[in-house]
Unconditional design. Structure first.
Ligand SMILES: C[S@@+](CC[C@H](N)C(=O)[O-])C[C@H]1O[C@@H](n2cnc3c(N)ncnc32)[C@H](O)[C@@H]1O
Length: 366
């Protein structure tokens, strides 16, 4: 047993020993959301003492700007549909910080706020409790959010959905090009250790037929399924989705599966269940789902452009004027959110909307 071997690694090895290699997608799903040992089920991932920090955890600036955006599009929808609830949805809400910031902004518009019904999609029972506390503080005396295990159980109705670093947590399928053609990439056992290997023959789009040996192609079936569900809803009622994540524009070869533990990258086959596992998001696949359903896609644009065009610099100035003692922290967070060396260009923003809705800001200027 290596020093890094975890209880989940031992379970997965035993399963592979008994039933054979495990597809990368099944491995990623187990590592992140195994009910007993999965990373999101058991770990405390966020912040300096955790494994990574997300934009809303860095500064309220992020949540306020995204909140102002969400309130703007919700008001457009509320004008078109004058009665009934407007669903405000967040899949993968982490500690609930972003939703709490959005709700604080919404509370400044009482007419809209009264119609807002919160829906969270969260796999982790532990994080659901954290979300309950964070959102309860931001929205005292109001009905609690509704939690869902998947998008499909959210009731029909006009909606605004914000997903920050959610799609990158969804399990990817990988195919690897071998001298015997494209094969499904699997996790197997080699001398008692977990190792990536080539499994059964895999179908890939024709454009990748001539890829070099060793090339890896990723797809994310759960992301495609969620995008299909949401964009089909958009054809039945007004809906807007904002996706903020790291990723690429069009399908391309490359292995983006990565593990992070204590703010450092590590081997995805080590620290299983104790390290975050992610893969880059294919924005082109989300746009494709939207267009296939008859909805619209805008972007992606760099996070820096999205936040800047929506006035984050002006908001930072106001915050610093109100809290001169926090000027240093605000400046540091601002730089991390927009700098091309930090999150500014790695993270991208895409909007999906119902057919016929105008481009939401700032995509309208793009
Ligand atoms: C990287 S965190 C993002 C947190 C938050 N959006 C933020 O910006 O701070 C990923 C979130 O997605 C949740 N999650 C991961 N896989 C999930 C799945 N398959 N279904 C539902 N939630 C999932 C995690 O528990 C966590 O809340």
């Amino acid at each position: 047993m290596t020093e890094a071997e975890t209880p989940l690694a031992r379970i997965i090895k035993a399963e592979i020993g008994k039933s054979g290699p495990m597809p990368v997608s099944a491995f990623m799903a187990r590592a992140l959301t195994d009910p007993d040992h999965g990373y999101y089920t058991t770990a405390t991932p966020f912040g300096v003492d955790g494994d990574f920090i997300t934009a809303p955890e860095m500064s309220q600036l992020f949540g306020e700007i995204v909140g102002a955006w969400a309130v703007h599009v919700a008001e457009v929808i509320a004008t078109a549909i004058p009665d009934g609830p407007i669903h405000l949805i967040e899949p993968g809400p982490g500690r609930g910080t972003l939703m709490a910031d959005i709700l604080r902004v919404a509370s400044l518009r009482p007419e809209l706020d009264a119609r807002v019904e919160v829906h969270l999609v969260e796999a982790s029972p532990k994080l659901r409790e954290t979300q309950r506390a964070t959102i309860g503080k931001a929205r005292p005396d109001r009905t609690e959010p509704n939690w869902h295990a998947e998008i499909g159980t959210i009731p029909e109705g006009p909606f605004v959905l914000v997903a920050n670093e959610f799609f990158d947590a969804l399990p990817v399928e990988q195919a690897v090009k071998t001298n015997g053609g494209w094969r499904r990439r699997v996790v197997s056992l080699e001398d008692g250790n977990l190792a990536f290997a080539a499994g059964e023959a895999a179908q890939v789009p024709e454009q990748f037929n001539d890829a070099q040996q060793g090339a890896i192609l990723e797809t994310c079936p759960p992301a495609a399924g969620i995008a299909k569900n949401l964009t089909q809803r958009m054809t039945r009622q007004p809906g807007v989705v904002l996706v903020i994540d790291y990723g690429y524009d069009m399908p391309a070869t490359g292995d983006t599966l990565q593990a992070v533990r204590r703010h450092k990258s590590c081997d995805p086959l080590e620290h299983i269940g104790q390290a975050d596992l992610t893969a880059h998001v294919c924005f082109g696949a989300l746009a494709h789902a939207a267009i296939t359903a008859g909805a619209q896609a805008f972007g992606p644009m760099p996070q820096a452009q999205f936040l800047s065009e929506l006035g984050m610099a002006e908001r930072a100035e106001k915050l610093m004027a109100a809290r001169p003692d926090r000027r240093g922290d605000i400046e540091t967070a601002f730089t991390r959110l927009v700098s091309p060396d930090a999150m500014g260009s790695l993270f991208k923003v895409m909007a999906l909307t119902s057919p016929g809705m105008g481009a939401p800001p700032p995509f309208a200027n793009a």
